[in-house]
Design a protein around this ligand. Sequence first.
Ligand code: IPE
Ligand code: IPE
Ligand code: MG
Length: 224
Amino acid sequence: MNKPKHIAIIMDGNGRWAQKRNLKRVKGHEMGAEVVRSITEFCAASEEINRLTLYAFSTENWKRPRLEVEFLMKLLDKYLKKELPTYLKNNIKFEPIGDLRAFSPNLQKTIEHVKEATKHCDGLVQSLALNYGAKNEIVRAFNALKDKKNITEEMLSNALDCKEDVDILIRTGGDKRLSNFLLWQAAYAELFFIDTLWPDFSIKELEKIISKFKKIERRFGGLK
Ligand code: IPE
Ligand code: IPE
Ligand code: MG
């Protein structure tokens, strides 16, 4: 049976969730943050899952209205500060991916603090994708390797922010696209596109996806 070692999620649909309730889009982001906590705790409690990568802010999301971007930055800062005890209690290591240099010095400090404070944790790795774009990640990896000759797949993989292949890739919110998320690491991921909006996503739904995943015949190009 397949093991769901690395789960990656495109957490989409926050804005629509709020708009459906006549609320401001940012309320959806607030509710979305609650779901991040419960899904992370579920994954931390699972013996099989060792990495959870969550798409929180893309390199393209800067195009949004300034107020929404500012709200997301504040929410991230608040979330990390508030959740540090949750990381420690559940033995979760926080490992951000993406180009963090674009964030304010204060937010970078918070990110670095939580990363440092949890680096000894050896349960689940929760990786938040922040100012992340797969194309940006691959270009940065190429630049880091520019003086090397005969670059191999392994060398490129090790130069990426996220070095682990994805087993299950989920996108909530009804769209069937990757939006520049983990293009390299998802080469053989099993893809699950679901209509549920992220603030409505539940542990029950994740359990259903995992049990479907376990029954899939993964061939990786070979024959069974
Ligand atoms: C995903 O929800 C969260 C981020 C991109 C930060 P959206 O904000 O994209 O919500 P929809 O897709 O507009 O409903
Ligand atoms: C993808 O959602 C990015 C995150 C969930 C952080 P978007 O809402 O930004 O993606 P598009 O614009 O619909 O492709
Ligand atoms: Mg969206």
